[in-house]
Ligand binder design. Structure first.
Ligand SMILES: [Mg+2]
Length: 315
């Protein structure tokens, strides 16, 4: 399997997880397999809760804005990414995370808004930066571990002032990099943890430990630590893309985001060919903040290719 197959798997896999999990958001554990008991049976991309079948949510919408900024600006242009996020937030997306909305609506500059939110709320370690990290993980994988982890931190910091959210996003970036190189990312976790900021290392070591189970989480899975831990657990305890996603959504809670994160990792590991085509066909990404564009599978595949090859310019 080549790198492009894995990168496309990551980008599409994350969007598929987002759309598949969205109708089950804030629902109980086990709801997905209660409704769809047999893997492979079909009909799982069902819509509901205000979402059309196959419709991706804010997770993927923000991820696409990051991707298009990286490609059009030829690299990391944080003020540009922030401006795109603000245009998106002002264009009435169907869903937007609480912390993200507060930061983007403050009217403060890109390098002050998230920090101001963090200082006033003391709650800024949501999973809202982790959820949109797949395209940047693909793009910066090219530059090696320190650079991709640092890019993950800086992109997370645009909306999340708590460094715990930065470190979780950095870990995700590095897991994707390892997988794109063709290796199993899980055995790399000890090395990756060694590259995490010392203040945050222990808490991530707990949720990424091979013996950790999502039942042991001390926060709702809308927080960055159990979200990342649950995605890695879903990857570790299954052996196919489909089962990883079913397992992630069956945790309940913030199902679209846990599944988007799981889908990014599982897609990078297993490749595009492992994603059920019946999940890709109805997939679509409405994109507030950029006219009335709606991206479909061919657009996402083109985006993934350009992120790998770093083909600059607009789509
Ligand atoms: Mg969402």
């Amino acid at each position: 399997m080549d790198r492009l197959e894995r990168a496309a798997g990551a980008v599409v896999g994350s969007a598929v997880g987002d759309a598949l999990g969205a109708p089950f958001e804030f629902g109980p554990a086990g709801a997905f397999s209660a409704r769809f008991p047999a893997p492979g049976a079909g009909g799982e991309m069902c819509g509901g809760g205000g979402w059309e079948a196959g419709e991706a949510t804010d997770d993927t919408q923000m991820a696409v804005h990051v991707a298009e900024s990286l490609l059009e600006r030829g690299g990391l242009d944080l003020p540009d990414v922030f401006a795109r996020f603000r245009r998106w937030a002002a264009d009435d997306p169907k869903d937007i995370g609480l912390q993200t909305e507060d930061v983007l609506s403050r009217g403060l500059p890109w390098d002050q808004a998230a920090d101001a939110h963090h200082r006033s709320s003391h709650r800024a370690a949501g999973n809202g930066a982790l959820m949109r990290a797949t395209p940047s993980a693909v793009y910066f994988a090219h530059d090696g571990r320190p650079a991709t982890m640092e890019a993950g931190r800086r992109l997370a910091a645009l909306t999340h002032g708590d460094p715990a959210a930065w470190e979780g996003t950095a870990i995700f970036h590095e897991l994707v990099r390892v997988a794109l190189d063709g290796a199993d990312p899980l055995p790399a976790l000890p090395e990756i943890l060694a590259a995490v900021h010392p203040e945050h290392r222990e808490r991530y070591a707990v949720v990424l430990d091979p013996h950790w189970h999502p039942d042991q989480a001390t926060e709702f899975n809308g927080a960055v630590w159990p979200c990342l831990g649950s995605a890695v657990w879903a990857l570790r305890t299954t052996s196919t893309f489909e089962d990883a996603l079913r397992t992630a959504i069956d945790l309940g809670g913030d199902t679209d985001t846990v599944a988007a994160v799981t889908g990014g990792l599982a897609g990078a590991l297993y490749g595009l060919g492992a994603i059920p085509s019946r999940w890709m066909e109805p997939l679509h990404v409405p994109l507030p903040g950029s006219g009335a564009r709606v991206l479909r599978l061919p657009h996402l595949l083109d985006l993934a290719r350009r992120l790998v090859e770093r083909v600059p310019g607009p789509g």
